[in-house]
Write a protein that binds this ligand. Sequence first.
Ligand code: FCB
Length: 440
Amino acid sequence: MDFTRSDFPEGFLFGAATSSYQIEGHAFGGAGSTHWDTFAATPGNVTRAEDGATACDHYHKWKQDLDLLAALNVDVYRFSTSWARVLPEGRGAPNNDGLDFYDRLVDGLLERGIKPAATLYHWELPSPLADLGGWRNRDIAMWFGDFTEVIMGRIGDRVWSAAPINEPWCVGWLSHFLGHHAPGLRDIRATARAMHHVLLAHGTAIQTMRGLGMAHLGAVCNFEFAEPADDTPEAAAAARLYDGYYNRFFMGGIFRKEYPEDVLEGLGAHMPEGWQDDFDVIGQPVDWCGLNYYTRKLIGPTGGAWPAHEEVDGPLPKTAMGWEIYPDGLKHFLKRTHEDYTKGLPLYITENGMAGPDEMENGEVRDEARIDYLARHLAKVREAVDEGANVAGYFVWSLMDNYEWSFGYEKRFGLVHVDFDTLARTPKASYHALAAALSR
Ligand code: FCB
C-alpha cells in the first residue's frame, strides 16, 4: 500500500467489514429460517443454489477470525447481528445461544482492543416475517424496533457504534424491483413500500436505541456513480433518475425528511398511504453516516415503463463482478454527502473493496489488483478530506471471502482467502500489505 496512518487525519479509523449471513453459518446455533435460505433453494436465483448454511462457519471459528482482525492492525470491526439468529421466529422468544454468540463476539473484540461497529440488519429476514409480507408490511418497523430492543438490550452497552440497516437500496430496489436479491420480487408497488418501510424501520430502531441510552448511531447507504451513456439530454436525464432512486432517495429521507421529486414521479402512485407523515421518525437525528461504494454505472434511455433506462457496458477496467473501477466516484459522494446532506457529521466509508480471481498458488494468494484498488480509493478519500469532507474512517469489504449473495461462493472479496471445502483461512497479499500500512 502506498500510504501509512500518518497520511490520514489524527484519529482516522481503519476497519474491516463482514455480515452475519455471509460468514456465520445459519445451520448452527439455533438460527431460524431466513428469506435467503428459501430464495437460494429456488432454482435460478443463486449460483449453484448455494446458501449460508455453513458459510465460513464463523459461528464456531470466531476466535480465529478475531485474531486475524487483530493481526491486521485494524481499529474497528463492522459486523452484523442476524435477526433470525436472535429471534428465530422474527418475533417472540429470543434464542439465547444467538444472544450469547454476539455477547462473546463483542467481548472478544474489546479484549483485542478492536471497536465493535454493529449493523442490526444485513438482509437475513426471518421467514415467518417474510410470510407476512416482509418489507411490504408497515408493521415491519415495529417488529424491527422490537428486535433492536432485544439485541441491543444485550450488547448495546459495549458496541462502539450501531447502524440499523445495511444498504436500504438493496433492501428496497434490488430485492423488490430488480428481483436479484431475496425475496426476488419484480413489482413497483412492492418496491415503493419496501423503500419507505425500510426507512421507517431505520428511524424506529434509532428511537429504540436512543431509548436504551446508546450513542454514536448512524445510517449506512450504498452509492453508485451514475454517468450518462452518451452526451444526449435523454442520457443525462436517465443518469440523473438512476442517481435519484439509488442515491438521493434514502439520503433525502434520512437527512432532509423528503423524497426527491423525480423519483416520486415514478414511485408516488405506489407509496403506502400516509407516507408523508413518517418523516419525523425516518429523519431521527443520527451521529454519523456510512457510505458503501464500489463502482459507477453508465446509464442510457430506453422505451417502456418508468424508469425507462438501462445500464450500458462501460470501458473502464472491471473487477470479477464486472464492476468498473472508478475511485473518483467515492470522492464525489464523500463531498456531496458532506455538502448536501450531513453538513459536518463524521462520514465513514463502511464498505469498499473488490472481487478478484484470487487463485491460491503454493499456499499464497497474490491479489495485487486488490492492493491497487484499495490504494487508489484511499487516495481519493485523502483528496476528499483535503477538500473539506469530514471523513473519519474506512472499512474494507471484506475481512474474508464469504457468501456473495446471488453469486454464491464464487466471488471472492476477502483480504483472507477461505477454502470452502476445508474452511481454512489464508491471508492474501492484500491482507499483509494492509497490516503493514496500518502497523503503529
Ligand atoms: C454490498 C453488500 C455486501 C457485499 C458487497 C460486495 O452491497 O453490503 O454484503 O455483498 O456488496
